[in-house]
Design a protein. Sequence first.
Length: 185
Amino acid sequence: MATSGPRPQRADWQRNHEQLVATATKLIARSGAQVSFEEVARRAGVGSATLHRHFPSRRALLEEVFHDVVERLRRRGDELSAGDPRTGLFTWLEELTISAAETRGLTVALEACADDVASPGDSCHGMVREATVSLMDRALAVDALRPEVAPDDLLTLVTAISLVAEGDSAAARRLLRLALDGVRP
């Protein structure tokens, strides 16, 4: 007997899932990505086992919480890829840094998935890295970037600046501009 795609989830499963994501989003915005799983479950009105059935790891929960933010950033990377390669990469890095600095827990979530070799393009980190590589390749082609700079170098800069300047986009922007002066030819 053939099936026509994944089986739809029961209404209570979907309701619990949405409640867990909404609750986790609020708690992470308040307390950061290290929020207690037990607190998420309690505030969502479900048991710890229910939370773990939906999200077997912290990484899985963070991926879901930040997916929309990262998807928006990925689309922005695509837009910038259609423009001037001399400014696209640097605009991308600035917007990524500001978004990570302003979105509590995002940097931790991206770093949590940095070593995901199973499906790197599907993870939040994978989407960010792919956009960075695409924009870097274009910048390198017009000599707008020093050739020895690697994508992971740039993502490490973004991570460090985002963590140091969390909640302070002006400081994040200033620090990134200082750092980017070192990667331009």
